[in-house]
Design a protein around this ligand. Structure first.
Ligand SMILES: Cc1cc2nc3c(=O)[nH]c(=O)nc-3n(C[C@H](O)[C@H](O)[C@H](O)COP(=O)(O)OP(=O)(O)OC[C@H]3O[C@@H](n4cnc5c(N)ncnc54)[C@H](O)[C@@H]3O)c2cc1C
Length: 167
């Protein structure tokens, strides 16, 4: 609802498939599932958070071209950002979207992109100013685990409140 999600830098990366794998050289265990398990959720989040990319500024692009020409091992990837393209028309906000909230709503955040979608649902109530004491499981739903291919019951969670007191 708020907190760091209002102030973050809007860079919204996915883990790469290789990052789910074990790396014995560094004593790192693999994840119990791979990228494919998360992909549908990444795709949904990409849509909800309107993740997009921007063209590099000419000076930055010239620098990057120099680096990749000198060392072809470096590969360029656009930065996935939860930012409206309209931000280029708001120079003040464009200068400091990282570390500041966007008063014009140009940055994707949990309030605008997630809560606003469900705010009016009859089964959703936002209890502002109420500290969360605990998350209560309401009913069990089957969840598939690709690691074991087994179906296990995991409780769904009901979020009773997710907002700090208003200042
Ligand atoms: C300056 C900055 C830049 C960042 N940039 C990036 C970036 O570019 N990309 C990226 O992926 N991440 C970035 N991050 C990290 C990212 O912001 C956080 O990981 C993310 O916002 C966490 O989201 P959250 O919903 O878990 O928590 P939050 O957004 O922090 O929300 C948690 C909320 O719960 C409230 N709360 C806590 N306890 C209770 C309670 N008991 N009862 C009621 N309410 C409670 C808190 O007050 C807060 O409002 C950045 C962080 C900072 C500070």
């Amino acid at each position: 609802m708020g907190g760091k999600t209002k102030w973050y830098g809007a860079a919204l990366f996915r883990f790469r498939p290789v990052e789910f794998e074990a790396d014995p050289d560094y004593g790192l265990l693999g994840w119990p599932f791979g990228y494919e398990e998360l992909k549908p959720y990444y795709d949904e989040a990409t849509e909800l958070l309107r993740i997009t990319t921007f063209q590099n500024e000419p000076q930055l692009q010239a620098l990057l071209d120099k680096i990749t020409t000198a060392e072809p091992g470096w590969k360029l990837h656009p930065l996935p950002l939860g930012l409206s393209h309209d931000i280029v028309n708001h120079p003040e906000e464009a200068k400091h979207f990282d570390g500041f909230a966007s008063p014009s709503g140009l940055k994707s955040d949990s309030e605008r992109n997630l809560i606003d979608h469900i705010r009016d649902k009859p089964n959703f109530t936002l209890l502002a100013g109420t500290p969360v004491a605990e998350l209560i499981a309401r009913r069990a739903i089957p969840a598939r685990s690709s690691a074991s291919n087994a179906t296990t019951a995991r409780p769904t969670r009901q979020i009773r409140s997710c907002s700090p007191p208003a200042p």
